[in-house]
Design a protein around this ligand. Structure first.
Ligand code: LLP
Length: 385
């Protein structure tokens, strides 16, 4: 972990802040590009994971496309110089102004999530004399074996169109003259660590693609989404996720002929390169004997533990003590769920010590809020130190 190596330097910064290891980000991107090029796979970065300008600038250097979930995310990607023809746009509830914006920017594809949305895009495209490229986001009904809060591809989920509904509306969809169905999209969930789940996904995709082709859909690409998990338990053991294993599974099981295969990774690209650095404010013990360590970060900087019960490994990076203590690490927000972790073994910690909350590069800063009118956290980049 970078923070451990430069802990004394970090003491001078106002906390809490995100520390980004740009060298690790680059090594992760190098591995991703190297492994994906073996099979000719195209990769989009899911910008929702972290839309920091400096990070996006580095990602752009590696030639990735962008997966967006809102009009503002498309705008951000374009402002940072990403090619519109590498941008895909998914989302169950795209607002009218967002659809107009996406249609006018001529992006690679709008990933449609309902039959009604297809009709609306067709009508908006007709109004401005265009024919818009879209992909059908199909709900494949797969259990991705992850935290239920972040699965997206099971039958009852709000995401995607059910395959049955697509089949019922084939003629209706084909009659829409101002959209081109050029791709198939799915995304089954996030933080997937059991990679065999992707085998099931490939088996389903093969059937769907073959059926849609026989029904006359001319699909140019198949976008199988993101979801590759990272090692939150011991990030030091696996700083760069295992892209090679996932790609080799997909290579072995996906059978979509000469169609392009796309991925949309968020967490696996930026998750491990970010740490949330926070300072100990106070120690206290509850009436029940629980030792609380009150730190100056909170759920407003990193909401994952409070929102999903997610685990992040925590370490005291400045204490010189050799004795370990068990603490419950809590934040400053006025919410009882504002707890980073319970029963954490840390070196004996005092007011002023710095803690790192690891693996916070994805869905950390991008989900920060100003609850309690907290300031948004700043960022420190390893290549600007
Ligand atoms: N593509 C689509 C359509 C998505 O909805 C997502 C994430 C991704 C790609 C990227 O997935 P990844 O490779 O990062 O797993 N806030 C939650 C995660 C929400 C994921 C939302 N969609 C968390 O902190 O765990």
């Amino acid at each position: 972990m970078l923070s451990r190596q430069i802990a004394s330097k970090l003491l001078n910064y106002e906390t809490p802040f995100y520390l980004y290891d740009i060298d690790l980000l680059r090594r992760t991107l190098e591995s991703l590009v190297y492994e994906s090029e073996k099979y000719g796979y195209k990769v989009h970065y899911a910008i929702k994971a972290n839309y920091d300008d400096h990070i996006l600038g580095v990602i752009r250097e590696y030639g990735l496309g962008i997966d967006c979930a809102s009009g503002n995310e498309i705008r951000k990607a374009l402002e940072l110089g990403f090619d519109p023809k590498g941008i895909v746009y998914a989302g169950v509830g795209k607002r009218d102004k967002e659809l107009h914006y996406a249609i006018e920017r001529n992006i690679l594809a709008i990933n449609c999530e309902s039959i009604e949305e297809l009709h609306v895009i067709d009508a908006f495209s007709a109004e401005c004399g265009r024919c818009t490229d879209v992909a059908l986001r199909i709900n494949p009904d797969i259990d991705p074996k992850t935290n239920h809060c972040i699965d997206t591809g099971q039958a009852d989920s709000k995401f995607g169109i059910s395959y049955e509904e697509v089949l019922e509306h084939v003629e209706d969809i084909k009659s829409l003259k101002n959209i081109n169905i050029i791709g198939l999209h799915l995304h089954i969930g996030s933080q997937i660590r059991e990679l065999h789940v992707f085998e099931n996904m490939c088996d389903k995709v093969n059937v769907i693609v073959a059926n849609l082709a026989s029904l006359g859909f001319d699909l140019r690409f198949v976008d199988v989404g993101g979801g590759l998990g990272i090692n939150y338990d011991v990030p030091e053991n696996e700083p760069i996720p295992n892209f090679a294993s996932l790609f080799s599974i997909v290579q072995k099981h996906l059978d979509v002929g000469s169609r392009e295969v796309h991925f949309e990774f968020g967490r696996s690209i930026v998750g491990e390169c970010g740490e949330l650095i926070t300072r100990v404010l106070f120690n206290k013990t509850t009436a029940t004997g629980r030792k609380l360590l009150i730190v100056d970060a909170s759920m407003t900087e990193l909401v994952r533990p409070a929102m999903y019960g997610s685990y992040h490994n925590i370490e005291n990076i400045t204490s010189q003590e050799s004795a370990m203590e068990k603490y419950t690490v809590v934040g400053t927000a006025c919410e009882s769920t504002d707890v980073f972790d319970e029963n954490v073994s840390l070196r004996k910690s005092r007011r002023g010590d710095l803690l790192t909350i690891k693996s916070a590069g994805a869905y950390g800063m991008s989900m920060a809020s100003r609850y309690n009118l907290h300031d948004l956290p700043s960022a420190v980049y390893s290549d600007k130190l």
